[in-house]
Design a protein around this ligand. Structure first.
Ligand code: G3P
Ligand code: MG
Length: 248
């Protein structure tokens, strides 16, 4: 299924794992400072279609705003603080636009896994706009790997920009993985590592899929997964599972 897989063995979850406020430019800087070569982050739409980074549907946990983020236009979202909830040292950190993230990745030479995290009801639009923006913003760099739990978002991304690589996200083992990854022409399956066994890894690899696992925070577990044949470990412990981490 896949021909080229340019991505490294380790990806820093949400930019800087647990060492920085997630999905911020500061997090990306921290990931890069630890030598990482790839980051994962979560992208969604503001009410006016601007693409920015946030994990949750709501603003409450990781900013000083509240309510559904996708209900607000960017001019409101850009005023929020997205760092102080984590620590005072990051006060003043903003929610970043995807365009700013692309620029920062370029500066650091980081590859990207863009997780499309749509607000309920705008799955198609989010998949379409993120894919179109990603193609434009990452021009001349390694293609960003698009992934999503939302089949609708991935299908829209596929229709809009078929040439960008896609990975299906699963939070548990689902027997329809083959049907879905074929339908979406995915290069990879991104799965909760607890759902995997050595046998399942083999079945997935035999089907021609690459495998990214999340969120693996113990080096021993990461080593085992790599030995099974997993291709990429997405981690919060970017300090313990570094860029040169191997199964040796
Ligand atoms: O993309 C891997 C992982 O980030 C998926 O789960 O909830 O951390 O976005 P979540
Ligand atoms: Mg994510």
């Amino acid at each position: 299924m896949i021909t080229v897989w340019p991505y490294p063995h380790v990806a820093a979850h949400r930019g800087g794992g647990s060492l920085a406020p997630e999905n911020t430019l500061a997090a990306i800087d921290v990931g890069a400072r630890h030598g990482h070569k790839m980051i994962e982050f979560d992208a969604k739409l503001a009410q006016d279609g601007q693409i920015f980074l946030l994990h949750d549907d709501t603003l409450d946990r990781t900013s000083n705003g509240w309510g559904v983020a996708g209900d607000l236009p960017w001019e409101k979202l850009e005023q929020l603080d997205a760092g102080n909830w984590y620590s005072a040292a990051f006060k003043g950190e903003r929610l970043p636009l995807l365009a700013e993230v692309a620029e920062r990745c370029k500066q650091h030479g980081l590859m990207a896994n863009i997780e499309i995290k749509p607000t309920l009801g705008v799955e198609d639009e989010t998949g379409r706009l993120v894919a179109l923006a990603a193609r434009l913003l990452w021009q001349g760099q390694t293609d960003p790997l698009l992934s999503s739990f939302s089949v609708a978002a991935l299908a829209a991304a596929q229709r809009a920009v078929p040439e960008l690589p896609r990975g299906l996200l699963l939070d548990a083992w689902h027997d329809n993985w083959r049907e879905l990854t074929e339908q979406l022409a995915c290069v990879s399956l991104h799965i909760n590592h607890n759902a995997l066994t050595a046998e399942r890894v083999k079945v997935l690899k035999d089907a021609g899929l690459r495998i990214l696992v999340y969120t693996v925070n113990h080096p021993e577990r990461a080593r085992l997964l790599l030995n099974w044949g997993v291709d990429c470990i997405c981690t919060d412990r970017i300090d313990l599972i570094g860029p040169d981490f191997s199964n040796g």
